[in-house]
Design a protein around this ligand. Sequence first.
Ligand SMILES: [Zn+2]
Length: 58
Amino acid sequence: MPDDLYQRYMAAHRANQEHAAACFTCTGTARCPAGQRLYDRFAVLQDAYLAAQKKRRP
Ligand SMILES: [Zn+2]
């Protein structure tokens, strides 16, 4: 379901940002293992969401 995908995409985005704001190890160029996992998940969901958007073009 596309909306469910969007919700998961946004949740991953939020988790990623919250971690980056709270973590002293993560910077713009380096991530701790936990931050990397959150970022990977966000990147995968972003790709899936953008791919779904393209398929839905009129
Ligand atoms: Zn971190």
